[in-house]
Design a binder for this molecule. Sequence first.
Ligand code: NAD
Ligand code: UDP
Ligand code: UDP
Length: 336
Amino acid sequence: NSATKAPPTPSPLRFSKYFQANMRILVTGGAGFIGSHLVDRLMENEKNEVIVADNYFTGSKENLKKWIGHPRFELIRHDVTEPLLVEVDQIYHLACPASPIFYKYNPVKTIKTNVIGTLNMLGLAKRVGARILLTSTSEVYGDPLVHPQDESYWGNVNPIGVRSCYDEGKRVAETLMFDYHRQHGIEIRIARIFNTYGPRMNIDDGRVVSNFIAQAIRKEPLTVQAPGTQTRSFCYVSDMVDGLIRLMEGENTGPINIGNPGEFTMMELAETVKELINPEVEIIEVENTPDDPRQRKPDITKAKELLGWEPKIKLRDGLPLMEEDFRRRLEVPREN
Ligand code: NAD
Ligand code: UDP
Ligand code: UDP
């Protein structure tokens, strides 16, 4: 008779929140590019319930259509600059436009999203005792004076430039995270994400990989912004999602760089896209925008040592996967 049995001795592991059978996870910005891939991965685990809060500024329900109506999934139209009351165990806080043309479109809104939005998610984390991960950015290093960038570098950022709503916004968001951690004991995780690419990127969002692939498919010239020698390092989205989950589940607050250290000039990227997608296409040089960082490459020593993470997908292998998705959405099948 089980009623007469002594109760089991509680094991600290079994009773720790992170080993509970079910985990309720909030993903802000979950209808966007990285967020929707993260939701796909989290939903694969049957122990997870996922709530997405998104205002659809740059994301769409289309990205989540396979989960709408699923009993473990919930989608809320919500702007993170407003308070949010939900009961969750973990918060992946991604909400914020990531492409320069969108974050510059309404810079005051961008900074409110970064500052008030992050404050609200920290207030929520504090009330419910949730662990919170912020997707910060390599842009906190600005136009870096050290190369490659490691996490100890404080950055070279213009506080009054047209990019400041985004990069200074994320710097304040990081500050808020650490202040809530030190003052209120909130469990925080900070990822500094470097340029990420893959299926579901907005086709016309102005970022370089999406621009070049859409241009090559549409047989339009690839627009390399002058001088074309500026560099970036591109991480495929599945690698990024893997890094974010490892960071959330691990024991380190960060900040930790998550990115692919393979570094390319924009001219090399254009030549690679041309070779892989459309050898007939022209490459032209166009004017650049102000404050464009000249070089960027993550030092991922910390991610390797602390998270056991490094990217697996090379640019040459990731670009064709993205091409397939863009061809389907642009309704331009491959000729041959
Ligand atoms: P995205 O624009 O595709 O996704 C952002 C999502 O946030 C969208 O669904 C958008 O509708 C939502 N959103 C924006 N403002 C909001 C608000 N006020 N309230 C609620 N939802 C809001 O961008 P992404 O590439 O998926 O980026 C996700 C996160 O990763 C962002 O925080 C971004 O700063 C960071 N990041 C991305 C990159 C990259 O290369 N993609 C690089 C560095 C950092
Ligand atoms: N907040 C929220 N959801 C919650 C708890 C708080 O959105 O479940 C918001 C709250 O509206 C506030 C912010 O988070 O604007 C910071 O909350 P905190 O409790 O840290 O500060 P206070 O409310 O004392 O200013
Ligand atoms: N870029 C380019 N052609 C384009 C769009 C961007 O050469 O059509 C360049 C841009 O000048 C920058 C790099 O590509 O040097 C990356 O730009 P993106 O907007 O993708 O990301 P971020 O500047 O935020 O890294």
